[in-house]
Design a protein around this ligand. Structure first.
Ligand SMILES: Cc1cc2nc3c(=O)[nH]c(=O)nc-3n(C[C@H](O)[C@H](O)[C@H](O)COP(=O)(O)OP(=O)(O)OC[C@H]3O[C@@H](n4cnc5c(N)ncnc54)[C@H](O)[C@@H]3O)c2cc1C
Length: 412
């Protein structure tokens, strides 16, 4: 069977959906083929017995610049987290909030007990610089690893190990902090400028909102693409002839479809979901381990931010571990008892979600976080491996790839 259209988009994650939105707006005929049975790729939610279980703990940052083009975040009915973090250190639970976002945090922002006053002032200067300098300037600064950049900012070993490594390892899904300092700068920028939230219907509401304006009959689910070539895409149902192909699949699948692409290493992430009869904290805030035990990256009561994540009378706790080796649930539960400083014996383990290919590694050099999306002969590539490894990176890469397609079609 031979079908025809102008552009075939392969992959219905955020990158593919963003590409479809731009092509649709331009009035160019397109079709999207998704291998799975739902859109959204790595951003997915399962509703199980009244709980919303995201495909690994993830959040939406309202400062991502590409969101505004594609959706109205107000319609996601976001429940917000405190812009800050709690640190367990011995018997103490220390609190650091972003004074720009949480003015009532006042003196507690000082986080006495972690690092020195100089550390806190230096970190505030680093975060403020990332929030206020033009992105172009941040992305043209000398590039190194995130770990080296924190050291160069004059932060002490204690401040990095007890606060920043546990916090950032969960965000970058990289315990070594080998990620590019340019990615770190953009992460700090987003945290300083935006709010962190969860859609009332789960993270899957995000790709649903991006897909919402697209005609359903142009999107095929359960339609894995076996092969791409200039002007042709091969599916189980036959070939589709086209003028351009946008390959917007995850990095391992991209390497299979486009062998000329450099292989990208992937970081793994595992989230343990527990149900508790009482919330171990009442605040919607991330808790990290300042005791350098390194088992758990972070833990958070999701239903404190978005009560729809748990049925009435229950509370949903998500605890995440970075790296390919996931500890047993009892080992994680023991850490939770220590971190929250209370018994977890009456908690129920709901499920563990392991995502081996969660995020592409982005070591230096990443330059301006814009890898080429045009491969030549009508082939284009999008996905978080072409920009920053994030929701923002995925959306921007799709938008950029569609822009490149439009330029080529108009020129041709
Ligand atoms: C556990 C976890 C936590 C995260 N936390 C955050 C966070 O807090 N903040 C943040 O900004 N980002 C976070 N991310 C990253 C973010 O989710 C991803 O960067 C983004 O969703 C990637 O989108 P994508 O479109 O590039 O790729 P994907 O979402 O992987 O989409 C690719 C799509 O292509 C499809 N596909 C693959 N092969 C084929 C084929 N042959 N034919 C057709 N279709 C195919 C796949 O089924 C998939 O639907 C997290 C990711 C994970 C997994």
């Amino acid at each position: 069977m031979l079908a025809e259209t102008d552009v075939v988009i392969v992959g219905g994650g955020l990158a593919g959906l963003a590409a479809a939105r731009r092509l649709h707006r331009a009035g160019v005929p397109w079709r999207l083929l998704e291998a799975g049975s739902r859109l959204g790729g790595r951003v997915a939610t399962d509703a199980v017995d009244g709980y919303l279980i995201d495909r690994g703990f993830q959040v939406l940052n309202t400062a991502y610049p590409r969101l505004g083009t594609l959706l109205d975040t107000d319609r996601l009915d976001l429940g917000y987290f405190t812009s800050g973090v709690l640190v367990r250190k011995g018997d103490d639970l220390l609190r650091l909030v972003n004074p720009l976002r949480e003015p009532t945090g006042g003196p507690r922002t000082a986080l006495a007990g972690v690092g020195s006053l100089l550390d806190r002032l230096r970190f505030a200067a680093l975060a403020t610089g990332c929030a206020t300098l033009p992105a172009s300037r941040l992305l043209s600064a000398p590039e190194t690893s995130a770990e080296m950049a924190l050291g160069r900012a004059g932060l002490s070993d204690a401040f990095i190990e007890e606060l920043l490594r546990p916090f950032l390892s969960g965000v970058l899904i990289d315990r070594e902090l080998a990620t590019s300092s340019h990615v770190l700068a953009m992460v700090l920028r987003s945290f300083a400028r935006g709010r962190i939230g969860l859609p009332a219907e789960g993270m899957a509401a995000l790709p649903r909102a991006v897909a919402d304006p697209l005609p359903a009959d142009l999107i095929a689910l359960d339609a894995p693409v076996a092969e791409v070539a200039p002007c042709r895409v091969r599916t189980q149902a036959g070939d589709i002839r086209c003028r351009a192909v946008v390959v917007a699949v995850d990095p391992p699948a991209a390497a299979a479809l486009l062998p000329a692409l450099a292989t990208v290493r992937m970081h793994s992430y595992t989230t343990y979901y527990h149900s508790a009869p009482e919330p171990p904290l009442t605040e919607p805030i991330l808790l990290v381990d300042g005791d350098r035990r390194e088992t758990v990256a972070n833990t958070v009561v999701l239903s404190n931010a978005a009560p729809t994540y748990a049925p009435t009378g229950r509370h949903l706790v998500a605890t995440s571990v970075v790296g390919p080796t996931a500890p047993s649930e009892p080992a994680v539960r023991a850490e939770l008892t220590r971190l929250y400083g209370r018994s977890t014996a009456d908690w129920t383990h709901l499920t563990t979600v392991a995502v081996p290919d969660a995020l592409p590694a982005a070591p230096p050099p990443q330059g301006r976080l814009r890898k080429p999306v045009t491969l030549g002969e009508g082939l284009f590539v999008a996905g978080d491996h072409r920009d920053s490894p994030s929701i923002q990176g995925a959306l921007t890469s799709g938008w950029r790839a569609a822009g490149a397609v439009l330029a080529e079609l108009r020129a041709g």
